[in-house]
Write a protein that binds this ligand. Structure first.
Ligand code: XCC
Length: 660
């Protein structure tokens, strides 16, 4: 597809990334502060440059503040998504579900109502939904907590949060307070800032994201294991191809329904197509995959490549991870980009503004545009790569017990027994994005492959799950090809893939719920921090990724994060997040650019947790090679920005003042 881009004279994210080299070394280390307008101040605590900003902020404060702002941004994105879907369910219930939305999982609605203390027995679904969504809406403006869904966390973890003062008090409150504390001249203690960032992240993972998952299940149905396909080869040469991209399923679910309408199909046929093919990119793809089995065209770095095929008639985008370059790339062909969210306009794209009360009508309008566009497609310009892979997705914390234990032994006991007996080493959640800084999917696949071979069950969401999907790791047969002997036995016995796809990025909340259920099952840890589990974001790109990492660490989970985020400029920040925080939350980060180091550290963590729990030795000798894992983090300061190859520092030293 990159060759095709060159033929078409189009540039992609990789070209733009290359054109930006060398990137700012100060920024990369987290040492550029643009929080007030005295700056931007770029400081160089390791070399001969300024050691503090104009206000006196040193490297530790600047790095912590920048990181905390990223966490606030990520939490705002996820939790605002949660707010949106709660509002859609509420308005749908107010209008007695005339708008086209319906209650697809009344069972989950009632389970949630009981959890939230809302009367449900003998009441109509609509009334229960109204009360539940009202209570959920209040969680965003809550001032003193508790967040209802955060009460799901095991008590020992919540006790740690209380002791640290990081129990989230309200979803919006934590985002706002973090932005306040990072404003010029407020919080100057880097560790206090990092703790505040964890509190905000917890309001996302155990708050806004968890609400999003729950409400989406109620509205669109709790997922079940479902077959589908992934990669650019899911585009169909002889069908209208409508790609949905972004994050929120409120419109994309309606588009799927509209594409199945016999009248729309007849119109597509009248335009010369064989049918209508709806597929997705990024997390909107994951949402409609999980519930509807719609194919996935790719993860984050595939968004432009899909357009270059010339086979996409309409790409409809909502929020998050949508490159502003899309209309420009789409110009090579007949492809129409349609932006829809009131929060996200894309210059150069067509506009159909989403309104939940007219969702059905809007979905039909978009399908019609795709049919119209199809008739303008140039078949000679179409190049669809043949690659596409079968997959099974649709796992959740609610249905895994059934798939693991079967109808008569449904529960987490079989999984817990397999871990305790040393058949499965542990469970690792691998999540997050792609980035042009890393060859696409290479870290994901290296890490997943290494862990599977060592009997680790992998649970995935987001673009990480799509990377595995494209590589065939979401097929049950993958356990024969890639899993170690213990994991293979379990996967074969119950018929699941060795990599479990649990949904979109907000569905990381499902992973937290699985871990909580494992604690409740008993026998492999009384707290999340004791479980033989870990997390990784091997190709992190977005602010949401660091927010997810923060709530994983705050939840007691060891988390490998690659590439190193902008923390390298501060020893205090690195020492706290990679070492000291473990005393407080039970979890910690490993920041590295080396995927093998990440896999060794993850394996060593699982083995260490197993040993502490006195679990049986692993049945098969396939652990991390002795001495391979880094057991402690060293904090060698960089030797000055010049020696780091910092392009801007070099440019600065060579540059002449403007008046010369
Ligand atoms: Fe990252 Fe979350 Fe975006 Fe994919 S879509 S690039 S945030 S993994 Ni969720």
């Amino acid at each position: 597809m990159l060759d095709r881009a060159r033929e078409l004279g189009s540039s992609t994210v990789w070209d733009r990334y290359d054109a930006l080299q060398p990137m700012c070394g100060f920024g990369d280390l987290g040492l550029c502060c643009d929080i007030c307008f005295m700056g931007p101040c770029r400081i160089d605590p390791f070399g001969e440059g300024a050691r503090v900003g104009a206000c006196g902020a040193d490297a530790d404060v600047i790095v912590a503040r920048n990181l905390a702002r990223a966490v606030a941004g990520g939490a705002a994105a996820h939790t605002d998504h949660g707010r949106e879907v709660v509002a859609v369910l509420h308005r749908a219930a107010e209008g007695s579900f005339q708008s086209g939305y319906r209650l697809s999982d009344a069972g989950k609605l009632r389970t949630l109502a009981r959890e939230w203390g809302i009367a449900e027995a003998g009441r109509a679904d609509r009334d229960v939904a109204l009360d539940l969504t009202h209570a959920m809406t209040l969680q965003f403006g809550l001032q003193q907590g508790p967040l209802q869904t955060a009460l799901r966390a095991p008590q020992p973890q919540r006790t740690r949060w209380d002791a640290m003062g990081i129990t989230p008090r309200g979803i919006d409150r934590e985002v706002v307070e973090l932005l306040h504390r990072t404003h010029h001249g407020v919080e100057s203690d880097p560790v206090a800032l990092l703790r505040a960032a964890m509190r905000t992240a917890l309001a996302d993972g155990w708050g806004g994201s968890m609400l999003a998952t729950d409400v989406q299940d109620v509205l669109f149905g709790g997922p079940r294991a479902i077959r589908s396909r992934a990669n650019l080869g899911v585009l169909e040469e002889r069908q209208v191809n409508l790609l949905v991209h972004g994050h929120e399923p409120t419109l994309s679910e309606m588009i799927v329904a509209a594409s199945r309408d016999p009248e729309a199909i007849a119109r597509a046929k009248a335009a010369g197509a064989d049918g209508i093919n709806v597929a997705g990119i990024c997390c909107t793809a994951n949402e409609i995959l999980m519930r509807q089995g719609m194919p996935v065209a790719g993860n984050y770095l595939h968004q432009e490549l899909a357009l270059l095929t010339g086979a996409v008639d309409v790409m409809v985008v909502d929020v998050q991870c949508v490159m502003p370059s899309l209309p420009e790339v789409a110009r090579c062909h007949h492809t129409r980009i349609v932006s829809t969210s009131p929060k996200a306009r894309v210059p150069g794209a067509e506009r159909v503004e989403f309104d939940p009360l007219r969702a059905k009508e809007i979905a039909h309008e978009i399908v019609n545009r795709a049919i119209e566009a199809y008739s303008k497609r140039d078949p000679a310009a179409v190049r669809i790569p043949r690659e596409r892979m079968d997959l099974v997705a649709g796992f959740t914390n609610e249905n895994l017990p059934y798939y693991m234990g079967g109808r008569f032994r449904s529960g987490y006991r079989p999984l817990v027994d397999a871990i305790a007996a040393g058949r499965i080493r542990g469970i690792v959640g691998i999540v997050g994005c792609n980035t042009p800084r890393i060859s696409q999917d290479s870290h994901h696949l290296a890490l997943v492959g290494e862990l599977l071979a060592r009997d680790v069950l992998v649970v995935q969401t987001g673009c990480a799950a799509i990377a595995s999907a494209k590589a065939g790791l979401l097929r049950p047969e993958a356990s024969l090809e890639q899993a170690g002997p213990g994991l293979r036995q379990v996967c074969e016995a119950v018929g699941i893939p060795p990599v479990i796809h649990v949904g979109s990025c907000v569905d990381n909340s499902r992973i937290l719920n699985v871990c909580t259920a494992l604690v409740a099952e008993g026998g492999i840890g009384r707290d999340l921090s004791e479980l033989p589990i870990a997390a990784a974001a091997p190709e992190a790109m977005s602010e949401k990724a660091i927010t997810i990492g923060m709530y994983a660490v705050a939840s007691g989970i060891f988390t490998a994060f690659l590439p190193v985020p902008r923390v390298a400029g501060s020893r205090v920040v690195r020492r706290y997040l990679e070492q000291d925080v473990e005393q407080e939350t039970g979890g910690k980060f490993l920041f590295t650019n080396d995927v093998q180091e990440a896999s060794h550290a993850v394996l060593a963590t699982l083995d260490w947790k197993r040993k502490a729990l006195k679990l049986a030795p692993m049945m098969y000798e396939n652990g991390v090679p002795a001495g391979a894992a880094r057991t402690f983090v060293t904090y060698e300061p960089p030797k000055g920005l010049e020696s780091l190859g910092c392009g801007h520092a070099q440019q600065r030293s060579q540059a002449r003042p403007p008046d010369e």
